[in-house]
Structure formats: C-alpha cells, structure tokens
Design a protein. Sequence first.
Length: 162
Amino acid sequence: MSGVGRTIGYALLALPLALSPVRTRLRVPRLLLHEPVSARRVPAPRCLVHSVLSAGTGLVAWFLTLLAGLVLIRGLAYPLVAANAYETAWGGPTLVGAWLVHAALGLLLAPAFLGIVALLGRLQLRLARTVLGRDTTWWTIPISIALTTAGTLFFIAWTHQI
C-alpha cells in the first residue's frame, strides 16, 4: 500500500481509535505510517480531548470517503442511475453528453475527496502527537474543531438536498 493509501487508512481508523486505549492510539501510527508518537503519561482529560477530536475528524473522513464513492459510481454508471432525467442534466439533452459530463466530474471529484481524507490523516497524526505526545503544536486543535464543524455543516446541507 502506498503512503497516501496508508494515510487515508489512518484517517478512516481515527473513529475507532477514538474509542481505543491510549496504547493502541500510540501504536497504530508507528505500525501503519512508520511514524512514532512519543508518549508521556496521558491524563484522563487529554485522553477525552483526543477522543472527541479524533472522532470528529474520523467522521468527516468517512463522510468524504462515502462522497468519493458516490460521485465515482454515479458518474461512471450514470445511464443506470439517472437515465430518466438526462434531458435537463448537465451535459444534456443527450444521454451521451450527460454521461460524459457526470463521468468526468466523478473522475475529478473522487480523487479530490480522497486527497482531503489523506490530509485529514496527516492532521490526525499531528493531533495524536500534540494531545497525547510531546509535540507542542497548538494549531492542530482549532483546525480539527473547525474542520469537524465545517464537515458537520456540509453533511447537514448534503442531507437536505438529497
């Protein structure tokens, strides 16, 4: 598996890791990403903060991965998914035009969503180093809160349009 694939995997593991013991949270980055997180004795409040922030970024990563799959499948299989409404769709009024536009969008958006998930994996690593480890990088906490909030608002907007 490539480095980007491992980072995406680590971003998706953020949600179950939020509920795991601290030892596991420190071991997974070393085993999966080959990046150790130097630990100190982690008090309960720090563990709770990491759990909340890790779960938030993990949920956003899962949602973006779902969207990547949806746009790719929907774009490539457009005639099977939405064959009745192609006259007014992007690329219409022909089925071939609508299929080409939706396939191109799927092929462009899916890697973009997965790239954002990979960035969330890198943020998750920095977050573990900051909250559980010895790193003093302060910006990971507000960035994680902001991305979780933005992801939640995006999810709410997406559910209202489907």
